[in-house]
Write a protein that binds this ligand. Sequence first.
Ligand code: GUN
Length: 293
Amino acid sequence: MIIDGKAAAERLRRQIAEEVARLRATHDLQPGLAVVLVGEDPASQVYVRNKGRQTLEAGMLSHGHKLDASVSEEELLTLIDTLNGDPSIHGILVQLPLPDHIDEQRVLQTIDPAKDVDGFHPLNVGGLASGDPHALVPCTPTGCLLLLLEQFDGNLSGQNALVIGRSNIVGKPMAQLLLRESCTVTIAHSRTRDLPAVCRKADIVVAAVGRPGMVRGDWIKPGAVVIDVGINRVQREGEDKPKLVGDVAFAEAADVAGAITPVPGGVGPMTIACLLRNTVIAACRHAEVEGQL
Ligand code: GUN
């Protein structure tokens, strides 16, 4: 079975739009999201444009800030301070990666944790790890979890879950979320010994390594649910445009898996929907309104 992430994201966005309409009508509360883009990385530009469009489509306020790649760290921090103090903005996202001369951790730590809809501030990272229900959780792993919960009828308890990749954006928070759902969690990475054997034991595989087609069909336990977070652009000989492929060899794995996400159209669309969701959650907390998401 192929998991339709695009359809799941559309359902979630519709639910978010309804909640935004309710908040505006009954509490005069319009959630607002600020997205900061530094430089002109083409992939980041596409993501930021999509985020802005979908924010508006959900009935929320969207503030875009484009800064030159040469902007100083101090100027960027000053902008974040301004956004922190702006009551019409409930969520702040600084698109990564940042240029080399800017200290990414310092930037992320400057964002007000209550507006940190990426969930990258140390207070939110620690909150997720220590079980604080108020922690804002990173969007991509949240999207993966929502897709998994649909596959397992809301109960992941006791499943063997393998997360391949240990990044701060996906791997580590994904492992924390699966642990919170009472999975038995393994985190694999480039130094893991005999990854195919480890993978064959997993009921759930989340691949987030950035290596096209690395996870092969014969690594997958029959019936396992496979979530492919990879977005790799590969240029194949004889094709003029680069193709988007995941970290999983899709055709092979789809023959064995119980369910699998495609690339594109799997996890990707869920990520932005979860960003909108986090913004609504942050707005409700700010206004001390009971949210319904
Ligand atoms: N770049 C790639 N993924 C992400 C993400 O989830 N958030 C931000 N801010 N930048 C990214």
